[in-house]
Design a protein around this ligand. Structure first.
Ligand SMILES: Nc1nc2c(c(=O)[nH]1)N[C@H]1C(S)=C(S)[C@@H](COP(=O)(O)OP(=O)(O)OC[C@H]3O[C@@H](n4cnc5c(=O)[nH]c(N)nc54)[C@H](O)[C@@H]3O)O[C@H]1N2
Ligand SMILES: Nc1nc2c(c(=O)[nH]1)N[C@H]1C(S)=C(S)[C@@H](COP(=O)(O)OP(=O)(O)OC[C@H]3O[C@@H](n4cnc5c(=O)[nH]c(N)nc54)[C@H](O)[C@@H]3O)O[C@H]1N2
Ligand code: SF4
Ligand SMILES: [Mo]
Length: 742
């Protein structure tokens, strides 16, 4: 037996991209182990993670797509013909060229997902092709914080929680016990041991809430009221950091008047959080310094109240002096390597094509909003990534596919996403996907979305391709490393697809790098680091100082201030004022109760070891009878006649789906369902589509543009009126062997 060669590589089954050592024999990974010498530099951290152990199974899973597949029968019939890459690319390029001639470049849309794929080649292609129509998930994940912090502080912040220096911590709509379970979760455990105040704002008594000194069981969707109530108490009781506010905040008097109405008693009536607890938490947060607020999906997916919540939280940090302070948060710097915004070539999308963006009505998440903010950040030499922050509202794109208005969208490329499971209103997504002239999926597996495609192209994944993960260009940090092996079979990095398509569609000059690795090495060059040096540590990081606003700018002799129009933190936003929005956070009334739907639905609570809609075919992850669950309190279960472990149907005005009931501690008026569930062991064709219609949380969501946040376009995954019906037919206990035979 030849001895295995050990190679450094990375896991990419979640955002950490932990360093691994792969044993490689004859071009195959036979085993992986945590690499304690590389980021995140602690093998113990990986011990608690189940996913990386599945990498050998993932790499050579019998259900992986290994060759380009072309649809052979009707769309969704499950009949495929193996073709060569050249044949697939020639045909896709010809069809895109034809569609572009007939309908204009905006007829091509793309769908991207969570941030763990390399998306800039897609954006580069789309800008050169001339289409503004990329759909992402940014509006409900990441973008709200980036937009609002930039308006308020001049640039996004990285929130910190340091057991040694942080004196008070609020976890707001996030449950790292399940969503992170790694470096950050361990930090929270360490912080908890210090006994310092830990406040968790969550309708559910999560494992994070179980560590809290204060659990605020908020009524879903009422978060801006809570944040404004905290501000009310801080202002009323003279707890603001007056020296900091005086020197560095703009609009405090307006804020004082604005928050006057949000008394603890008024806020109690709306949020369900008793006035005494609210006052106590306001005092803790304002008196203990530094204090941090880490937020998550719970406030990123609040529909029309998302931006107001983020604004009020941004202001909480400001009036307590917790901005660019160790232990609270840090304002990042533009990277010294080539930033994503340049790789995307966003400036090359012509004005005529920007004007075709479907998001024109949104104040921020539109080219108008982006350009306004860019003028401000540009004065400080900073540019946000354009494509994420202008990505099209999915509801508008699906509707353009279905109705041809305002213009026909006839083609879609799906990369790193599974919209049939992860975008709102799965029924509409399904109809839209079926209506297309051309649907291409770059995928590892035949997902329900990919099953509807004209082509499924086999993507090279973890261990098979180089990796350079940045914070989309908002901080001077990146991590990643090299592939351990050449891609198996005919899998190829996503980069190759976009480049090859570009070469066929007149973009040859703009794709100088033959391989992804060459492109990444070139990206790093301006930072003075070689690709090999980077791979050695797996981390590129250049710390920047805190309190940057106080630094004297040599050109003026004055303190640098913040990168906003006023040079101060804008409690009252002059950018929003100029764009015609509310300059202070103005919440919308929470969605009214609907007769017959007495409960409120939360969708998408994270649960280890699954990730989004990924991993459901991995026997090692599904082991132990993992099933899609609907959590509720004992009181609710008793009222609805539901027993722990029994099947239930959850219904909203949008549709229904089946889950296994789980009784846990949470608000009694709330039900929380898992998301991303499909059953790859089910029939891989219409109508079943791999079990996409059984326990799919997005059969329950609407995502309509008209109900979305007017600044960012955020739609709603939480707080929807719903009801529970006892009994349903979930599939029999899963026979995972079946998948392996497919
Ligand atoms: N109801 C509800 N819906 C939600 C959420 C919720 O909480 N509730 N959460 C939302 C959030 S925050 C997010 S981020 C989204 C996530 O939504 P998606 O990004 O659609 O997430 P995944 O389900 O992980 O799907 C990723 C797909 O891409 C494939 N893939 C992974 N890496 C790569 C790669 O590098 N290249 C290629 N070509 N393919 C790859 C995987 O096989 C998988 O099928 O879901 C959103 N949808
Ligand atoms: N295992 C696993 N980990 C993941 C993922 C995964 O799919 N699986 N997905 C990754 C992705 S894409 C993301 S974006 C992150 C998300 O990471 P987190 O934001 O930590 O997501 P959750 O763990 O669902 O925690 C969100 C919490 O918000 C609460 N919540 C719901 N509605 C409201 C509300 O109206 N107000 C408040 N205050 N809270 C509310 C929910 O009860 C839930 O406990 O997780 C990442 N990590
Ligand atoms: S899945 Fe686990 S090992 Fe892999 S990157 Fe995430 S935390 Fe690290
Ligand atoms: Mo996300």
């Amino acid at each position: 037996m030849p001895e295995a060669e050990l190679r450094r590589t990375n896991c990419r089954l979640c955002g950490y991209l932990c360093g691994l050592i792969a044993s490689v024999e004859a071009g195959r990974v036979t085993a992986v182990e945590p690499d304690p010498s590389r980021y995140p530099y602690d093998a113990a951290i990986q011990r608690g993670c189940r996913r990386w152990r599945a990498i050998p199974e993932f790499l050579d899973h019998p259900a992986r797509v290994n060759y380009p597949l072309k649809r052979a029968g009707e769309r969704g019939s499950g009949q495929w013909q193996q073709v060569s890459w050249a044949e697939a690319l020639d045909d896709i390029a010809a069809r895109l060229q034809d569609l572009r001639t007939r309908f204009g470049p905006e007829t091509l849309a793309t769908s991207i997902g969570g941030p763990h794929a390399t998306y800039w080649p897609l954006h580069r292609f789309m800008n050169l092709f001339g289409s503004p129509n990329n759909m992402g998930i940014g509006q409900i994940c990441w973008n709200p914080g980036v937009w609002i912090q930039t308006l308020t502080y001049g640039w996004p912040v990285e929130n910190e929680l340091d057991p040694a220096s942080t004196e008070c911590a609020i976890l707001w709509g996030t449950n790292p016990a399940e969503s992170d379970n790694n470096l950050f979760w361990r930090t929270i455990l360490d912080y908890h041991r210090t006994g310092k105040p830990l406040i968790v704002v969550d309708p559910r008594h999560t494992r994070s809430a179980a560590l809290a000194t204060h659990w605020l069981a908020i009524r879903p969707g009422t978060d801006p009221y809570l944040a404004l109530g905290l501000l009310h108490v801080i202002v009323r009781d003279g707890l603001a950091d007056s020296a900091f506010v005086e020197s560095w905040c703009w609009g405090f008097e307006d804020l004082r008047q604005h928050v006057g109405a949000y008394t603890p008693e008024t806020v109690e009536g709306i949020t369900g959080i008793d006035a005494a607890s609210l006052v106590e938490v306001a005092h803790l947060y304002a008196r203990y310094f530094p204090a941090t607020i880490v937020s998550g999906r719970g406030i990123d997916q609040l529909g029309a109240n998302t931006a107001a919540t983020h604004r009020a939280i941004a202001i909480l940090r400001a009036v307590t002096g917790n901005v660019d302070v160790p232990g609270a948060c840090h304002i990042g710097e533009m990277p010294e390597f080539t930033p994503e915004v340049d790789l995307e070539l966003s400036d090359e999308l012509p004005a005529t094509q920007r004007a075709k963006s479907l998001n024109g009505a949104l104040l921020l998440q539109s080219y108008r909003g982006y350009e306004r903010v860019r003028r401000v950040t540009g004065r400080h030499g900073r540019r946000l990534p354009a494509r994420y922050l202008t990505s099209a509202h999915p509801d508008l794109v699906w509707r353009a596919m279905l109705t041809g208005a305002p213009y026909p969208v006839r083609a879609l490329v799906v990369m790193g996403s599974n919209p049939l499971l992860t975008q709102a209103n799965s029924g509409q997504v399904h109809r839209a996907l079926k209506s297309l002239d051309l649907l291409v999926a770059l995928e590892y597996f035949k997902t329900p979305t990919a099953l509807l495609a004209d082509y499924i192209l086999p993507a090279a994944g973890g261990c098979e391709r180089s990796l350079f993960q940045t914070h989309a260009g908002i901080a001077n940090i990146a991590y990643g490393g090299d592939a351990a092996v050449e891609p198996y079979y005919e899998r190829r990095p996503d980069y190759d697809f976009w480049r090859e398509l570009g070469l066929r569609l007149g973009q040859a000059e703009r794709w100088p790098w033959e391989t992804l690795q060459q492109a990444l090495a070139e990206t790093l060059a301006p930072a003075g680091v070689s690709w090999d040096e980077f791979c050695e540590s797996g981390l590129y990081y250049r710390p920047s100082p805190y309190y940057k606003h106080e630094q004297i700018d040599p050109s003026t002799g004055l303190p640098a201030g913040f990168g906003t129009p006023s040079g101060k933190i804008e409690l009252r936003s002059s950018i929003l004022e100029a764009l015609g929005g509310d300059s202070l956070p103005a919440p919308q009334s929470p969605a009214a109760a609907r007769p017959g739907f007495p409960l409120r639905l939360l969708t998408g609570a994270r649960r280890q070891p699954l990730w989004g809609s990924s991993g459901h075919q991995l026997t090692s992850l599904r082991r132990g009878g993992l099933a899609p669950s609907a959590e509720m309190s004992a009181e609710t279960a008793a009222r609805c006649g539901v027993e722990d472990g029994s099947p239930v149907i959850v219904e909203t005005v949008h549709g229904h789906a089946s889950f296994i009931a789980r009784i846990t501690e949470m608000r009694p008026d709330v039900v929380s369902v898992d998301y991303g569930w499909w059953f790859p062991e089910n029939c891989a064709a219409e109508p079943e589509l791999g079990g996409a219609w059984i326990a799919n949380a997005n059969q329950l969501t609407g995502g309509a543009f008209d109900d979305s946040d007017p600044l960012i376009g955020t739609w709603t995954y939480n707080g929807l009126p719903c009801r529970i019906i006892v009994g349903c037919r979930l599939p029999a206990p899963q026979n995972m062997e079946q998948i392996n035979e497919r």
